[in-house]
Design a protein around this ligand. Structure first.
Ligand code: FAD
Length: 493
């Protein structure tokens, strides 16, 4: 006797894509969400909803976004993002460690998975505000990241929940999966705790899509290393590694970059976990337009090494490694209008002054004299003979600095000056479970564990050291859909 065909653990993007795909296979589906309904939706709900997907120019984008008007298309240069570019980005950004089979699935199924979501009822739009600058009256998109869900993460999750309910999926809130029910023949359900009671829920197949371990300070310290207990969590407080722990206990293999994670510059005074009212507003991602100073008043990374899409996910770690685990991002009036919206939220930790001296005095916990000297040295090192262009890697760098800035370097010399205090905000962890191309969870001998599938953050092997922006939702959708289809087929067999 089973209670359902497919049991999906978690209720973020990966889980709901799995649930929708399992229903398409004719399965009865139950989704277990640990969070209460008001906080449901996992990290997916905290996102900006950006998806990195392959597209071959305007035609693909029009198919994905039928709402696009002719005027909008005429006002934009979307460029293209081919499979080769996506492969290149995944290889380069992960230092060629990404699992080739998983990466191939992600890249080659990204376009069709987006179309599937769109056919199911998810609406997309171009990321006008964050991924494009206006040049000569046209929006020019950069960095391979062009599409976002309507309403960002909250809009995406709301739509997926509605579609799941309409498809007959039962979603149980406040239901925490605690252990897999497994025997020699595979997985047969989960032990679930809900309303203070623990019960067994039997299913023909289980999909684990309940996130990484970023919200578990003990595991962060154990696997990411000392100091990671001090990081703030950008998203949900419910991703504490339950799915990974349950699967390992059932014999699953650990895989991927267990000491690695996605972590960014995040407001120094942000709360311990994400705040749904602020969403991703605590992030501070315009550092390529300025410089970052630590407590000693020193720069410590090349802020302009690459587009922010390709550096932001690793600079959180660099900030965590600084004394006191914080930094100040410094800008002048020339670039203030170019800063992303998140710099204008009421909760930003900001100081402002009309001279560099006064600004440095206001940088809390920083050696002001050293900071001023660093800024002056930086200003003198900028190659002002090269033009500034935020749409391309403009090569306007510095000369002779121990820590160079390779692009978008401008002397910080025009008042008013503003600075923003950031610390490390952890987004999600990279290590997790090993799956095959059908999203089956593999055991330590490399054999699939019958009836067990996984998708989303808790899958290891895709990301190492760093991450190209917009790939988390895309990977969750691609592998969530595959996991749901596989689990549905297994349950029906
Ligand atoms: C602030 C922020 C902004 C981001 N922006 C982007 C972006 O624009 N684009 C992008 O691609 N990625 C972005 N990411 C990363 C992205 O959120 C993740 O890669 C993706 O959402 C992961 O999806 P998921 O379904 O695997 O996990 P989640 O969406 O986190 O879902 C996990 C679910 O499992 C539930 N759960 C946990 N434990 C249990 C349990 N024991 N039993 C039952 N349920 C459980 C949780 O409550 C949650 O519902 C961002 C992340 C954050 C935090």
């Amino acid at each position: 006797m089973t209670d359902t065909d497919v049991l999906v653990v978690g209720a973020g993007n990966a889980a709901l894509c799995a649930a929708l795909a399992a229903v398409e296979s004719g399965a009865r589906v139950v989704v277990l969400e640990r969070a209460p309904e008001a906080e449901a939706g996992g990290n997916s709900r905290f996102t900006a909803g950006a998806f990195r997907c392959v597209y071959d120019g305007e035609g693909d984008l029009r198919a994905l976004m039928p709402d696009l008007t002719d005027a909008e298309v005429a006002s934009a240069d979307f460029g293209t993002y081919g499979e080769a570019q996506f492969f290149d980005d995944m290889g380069r950004i992960t230092e060629y460690r990404t699992d080739p089979a998983l990466c191939e699935t992600l890249v080659t199924r990204s376009r069709e998975t987006m179309r599937w979501m769109q056919r199911r009822g998810v609406r997309f739009m171009p990321i006008w505000g964050r991924q494009a600058y206006r040049v000569g009256g046209r929006f020019r998109f950069w960095g391979g990241l062009t599409v976002e869900a309507w309403g960002g993460g909250p809009g995406l999750v709301e739509t997926l929940y509605r579609l799941a309910r309409e498809a007959g999926v039962e979603i149980r809130y406040g239901a925490q999966a605690r252990a897999l029910l497994a025997d020699d023949d595979g997985v047969r359900g989960v032990e679930v705790r809900q309303g203070g009671r623990t019960t067994a829920l039997r299913a023909k197949a289980v999909v684990l899509a309940c996130g990484g371990f970023e919200s578990n300070p003990e595991w962060r310290t154990r696997y990411l290393g000392p100091g990671w207990d001090l990081a703030k969590v950008r998203g949900t407080r419910f991703n504490t590694g339950d799915g990974i722990r349950m699967a390992l206990a059932a014999g699953a293999a650990a895989y991927g970059n267990w000491s690695g994670c996605h972590a960014v510059g995040w407001d120094r005074n942000a709360p311990e976990f994400g705040d749904l009212a602020v969403g991703d507003g605590f992030q501070k991602h315009s550092y390529p337009l300025g410089v970052m100073l630590n407590a000693r008043g020193e720069r410590f990374v090349d802020e302009g090494a690459d587009f922010r899409n390709y550096t932001y996910a690793k600079y959180g770690r660099a900030i965590l490694a600084q004394p006191g685990q914080f930094a100040w991002q410094v800008f002048d009036a020339k670039v203030l209008p170019l800063l992303r919206d998140e710099y204008r939220i009421r909760q930003a930790t900001r100081v402002r002054a009309d001279t560099l001296e006064a600004l440095c005095d206001k940088l809390e916990d920083v050696d002001a004299r050293a900071a001023l000297a660093t800024l002056r040295t930086f200003n003198a090192a900028v190659r002002t003979d090269v033009g500034f262009d935020p749409n391309v890697k403009d090569g306007r760098g510095t000369v002779g600095l121990a820590v160079p800035k390779s692009n978008w370097a401008n002397p910080i010399d025009t008042p008013p000056f503003e600075a923003f205090a950031v610390t490390c905000g952890v987004t999600f962890t990279f290590g997790g479970l090993r799956i095959d191309a059908a999203a089956r969870v593999l055991d330590e001998a490399g054999a699939p564990i019958a009836g067990l599938y996984a998708a989303g953050e808790l899958v290891g092997g895709l990301f190492y050291n760093n991450y190209p922006g917009g790939t988390g939702l895309m990977a969750g959708a691609v592998f969530g859909r595959i996991a749901g289809t596989s689990a549905g087929a297994f349950a029906g067999a």
